[in-house]
Design a protein around this ligand. Structure first.
Ligand code: 8YV
Length: 312
């Protein structure tokens, strides 16, 4: 009996495990639910969800017996949690197992952008090294001033890494944390004004939409670099593009965008951005851990046991 749907673009190994463990049936996205009969939809008790398309009330109402949405990912901004709770639907996510990878990528984006690693590689490959000599100078990272916007689980991992680069640490969070020697800013604009490197690690969703404003980018200033590994929605993207085009900030390292994977083409014309395809957690090791945690939640739900990582 197919009571579990795997909705989203799963790699074969993850889908195979969902089929083997639960006899799951795959759908490409929530819109494909319309292809199922009412009877098939009525049988569905749980969804293993992977993706960033909206899983909202209208989707939930197509699955009248849904009891669990097990999300593949820590961020659940695509899922309307209030609508799920109203319907008695539990939601789980995959926190912690991806913290290291996402933090590693944030640091890589920061260093890669400041030390111009892509340009350096191009300098070698294009023969300019042999032809012209040293590449144009870039900018020092160690000992600089770093600002973490959102000191949650991932933000903390990023901060710990940057502190090891002898950086002066600043952060914004809803309340000060136990971080001796680091400077807390209750005002995000003040944080941006105090640092050279601003790393965005706030959760996505309506509460943080457009949190990084033009004013914050101007406070960061022409020497500043912004890195985003959370959600594109957290930054006012039009304001970011304006600031980059007008060199009002030095650059950006971005793994996430407002519209993925069809990002705003204005990004592609810029030479002061380092762009990545939302690959923060995309290592063999971490994706295996995320898939396993998702399946553990499905298993617990099936057995009527406590969910491992509940959201609501
Ligand atoms: C994944 C993510 O890209 O965990 C998250 O919140 O954004 C990423 O790890 C995504 O969830 C997988 O589809």
């Amino acid at each position: 009996m197919k009571d579990i749907l795997a909705i989203g673009a799963y790699p074969d190994w993850a889908l195979d495990a969902l089929i083997e463990d639960f006899g799951a049936r795959q759908l490409s996205g929530p819109e494909a639910l319309a292809e199922l009969s009412q009877e098939e939809r009525g049988r569905v008790r749980a969804v293993a969800y992977k993706g960033h398309k909206a899983f909202d009330a209208s989707v939930m109402d197509m699955l009248p017996n849904l009891g669990l949405i097990a999300n593949f990912g820590v961020g659940f901004d695509a899922i309307d949690i209030a609508a799920a709770s109203e319907r008695g639907i539990k939601v789980t996510n995959t926190p912690d197992v991806l913290n290291d990878d996402v933090a590693d990528l944030a640091v890589a984006l920061l260093i890669g952008q400041s030390r111009k690693l892509v340009e350096g590689s191009d300098w070698v490959r294009s023969g300019q090294w042999a032809e012209k000599g040293e590449m144009p100078m870039n900018r020092k990272v160690s000992g600089g001033k770093a600002g973490i916007l959102g000191l949650g689980r991932i933000g903390r991992e990023i901060a710990d890494r940057l502190a090891a680069f002898k950086m002066e640490m600043h952060y914004y969070a809803r309340s000060p944390k136990d971080t001796p020697g680091w400077t807390y800013h209750s005002d995000p604009v003040e944080l941006a004004g105090a640092v050279d490197y601003l790393i965005v690690s706030l959760v996505g969703g309506p509460a943080t939409e457009g949190f990084v404003t033009a004013g914050m980018l101007d406070a960061l200033g022409p020497d500043g670099i912004i890195v985003n590994i959370s959600r594109g929605s957290v930054i006012d993207e039009a304001a970011l593009l304006d600031a980059l085009e007008q060199n009002r900030i030095r650059g950006a390292g971005l793994d996430v965008f407002a519209s993925e994977p069809n990002i705003d083409p204005r990004f592609l014309a810029l030479d002061n951005v380092l762009l990545q395809p939302h690959q923060g957690s995309d290592t063999v090791e971490t994706r295996a851990a995320m898939a396993s945690l998702q399946r553990d939640n499905l298993r617990a739900f099936r057995k009527g046991e406590a969910l491992l990582t509940p959201v609501n």
